[in-house]
Design a protein around this ligand. Structure first.
Ligand SMILES: Cc1cc2nc3c(=O)[nH]c(=O)nc-3n(C[C@H](O)[C@H](O)[C@H](O)COP(=O)(O)OP(=O)(O)OC[C@H]3O[C@@H](n4cnc5c(N)ncnc54)[C@H](O)[C@@H]3O)c2cc1C
Length: 448
């Protein structure tokens, strides 16, 4: 029996059009249809999922938008996500490392100091202790924040090169919008790590869940099965207009009419689709983002190290992270085989996006072979995927632009929801909580 903490009567029969069927659109459809809306999702691709699409080829399963794992500090959202998967899930203990100068350092870096050469370990520890003694409370940018929370040595060996590689910008231009995601270890943990006494950081992710079958898209498929409304795929929204108090949404040939609109598609596309004045367009153009290229690799041997994923701060190597999906679930690869997914962030105009898939795959396989992450002669499957909108860049002017854009859309009566519609660096759990907040739902698990 579903207990509602939202008044459903006022939504009864309201025709709600949700633009975009990524997690935010699908979660919005799930909850809104349960509180009375007459919901329709319009998704441009052949399947919903957005960044959470998975592919199934030659017995391998890969998440095309980068490997996704399920974890959360928000126990209400976590239990909702797990309820969507039912028995179709596996739990794993994280086994992750940073590839630093050819050696594996336990992740997070500050919990793996004893894996470093002795003098580097010592310098990280001393800088960390010094930083904690003289900790600056109000850091002005990310560099200052890193120095003051983890010390100069850990920052310069790992945090700064890794973040500059993934964000494709100088650390000095990045805002503090990210700091909620950066581990904040205790002094005792770092001292223990330096002495080689095991300690764990970022503990809410230490154990993570993953669908046994179907890749991360299984979560989306489960939502799709439960949405009490329509999910129209292959419907690319090209124009949205208000006519006589109703919203008319068109893909160029078919029109759909709604009383209310929720937009989860990226702002850069929304600014073309809606009637938006020049000043709002300018604000949208000022928002920067990074795209993602993923290289899926199947190997004809088992992966013996058992790693979940590995970070590669080295700027001369394309991928910043490689994950091992066959270690997430045995169903992700045929028996006796294993898989790797390499992730590369690029600026949206990077020539790599125009390079042929064969060439990109060869470059990455060669690099991973050189790093001894795989043996080239064991590769039996390769494929390359691209996602234009992967990482919103939280630079120093994004907040004020996003606020002006949000106010404009809200005045028009359009709700912006989701990673690229709100321009928020959110994970799956945040995306679901965010949708619930928009709908005034507090206890998500009551809607399982
Ligand atoms: C590399 C990477 C790894 C990640 N790993 C994790 C992880 O391990 N754990 C975690 O919790 N989170 C992870 N995330 C975050 C997670 O992917 C996002 O929080 C979530 O997918 C956001 O969903 P969304 O619906 O807001 O956006 P999107 O997935 O971008 O959805 C937008 C949707 O709109 C559709 N669309 C766009 N234009 C149109 C149009 N004109 N008409 C119709 N439809 C349109 C798109 O096709 C898409 O389906 C990761 C993200 C990335 C990039």
């Amino acid at each position: 029996m579903v207990k509602m903490n939202v008044n459903t009567a006022k939504h009864e029969g309201v025709r709600l059009g949700i633009l975009g069927g990524g997690l935010s659109g699908m979660a919005y459809a799930y909850f809104s249809s349960r509180i009375g809306f007459n919901t329709t999702v319009l998704e441009k691709n052949v399947a919903p999922g957005g960044l959470m699409r998975s592919i199934f080829e030659e017995g391998f399963t890969f998440d095309t938008g980068g490997s996704h794992v399920i974890f959360s500090k928000d126990t209400d959202v976590l239990s909702f996500m797990l309820s969507l998967l039912g028995n179709n899930r596996v739990e794993n203990k994280r086994n992750t490392a940073i590839l630093y100068k050819g050696r594996l350092v336990k992740y997070p870096f500050e919990n793996g100091l004893s894996d470093l050469p002795f003098l580097e370990n010592l310098s990280c520890l001393l800088h960390f202790l010094y930083a904690r003694m003289w900790r600056k409370r109000n850091a002005g940018n990310l560099r200052e924040f890193f120095y003051s929370s983890l010390g100069r040595a850990i920052s310069e060996k790992y945090l700064i090169p890794y973040n500059e590689k993934i964000w494709k910008m100088s650390i000095d231009d990045m805002s503090l919008g990210f700091i909620g995601r950066i581990p904040n270890p205790s002094v005792m943990d770092v001292v223990k790590a330096s002495l080689g006494i095991g300690s764990e950081g970022y503990v809410h992710q230490l154990f993570f869940h993953y669908p046994r079958k179907g890749g991360i898209q299984a979560l989306i498929e489960s939502l799709r099965d439960r949405v009490q409304g329509d999910v129209l795929t292959g419907f690319e929204v090209k124009r949205v207009e208000k006519e006589s108090g109703e919203w008319v949404v068109s893909n160029g040939s078919v029109e759909k009419v709604f009383d209310r609109i929720v937009c989860t598609i990226p702002l850069h596309d929304a600014a073309r689709i809606f009637d938006v004045p020049q000043d709002v367009k300018r604000d949208v153009e000022r928002l920067r983002f990074n795209s993602l290229v993923t290289v899926a690799i199947g190997l004809e041997e088992l992966n013996v190290k058992g790693l979940s994923w590995m970070y590669i701060p080295d700027r001369d190597i394309h991928p910043h992270r490689v994950s091992f999906p066959s270690n997430f679930s045995p169903e992700n690869a045929p028996e006796g085989r294993s898989s790797i997914l390499a992730e590369i962030t690029v600026k949206p105009d990077d020539p790599l996006l125009k390079t042929s898939s064969d060439e990109v795959a060869s470059i990455v396989v060669d690099e991973l072979d050189r790093l001894k992450i795989l043996s080239k002669d064991k590769v039996i499957f390769k494929n390359v995927f691209q996602h234009k909108y992967a990482y919103p860049i939280l630079d120093s002017n994004y907040q004020e632009c996003v606020e002006r854009i949000r106010v404009f859309f809200n005045r028009m009566g359009v709700e912006l929801v989701g990673r690229f519609a709100e321009f928020k660096y959110i994970n799956m759990d945040d995306a679901i909580r965010n949708v619930a907040n928009h709908l005034g739902i507090q206890r998500i698990s009551e809607y399982s």
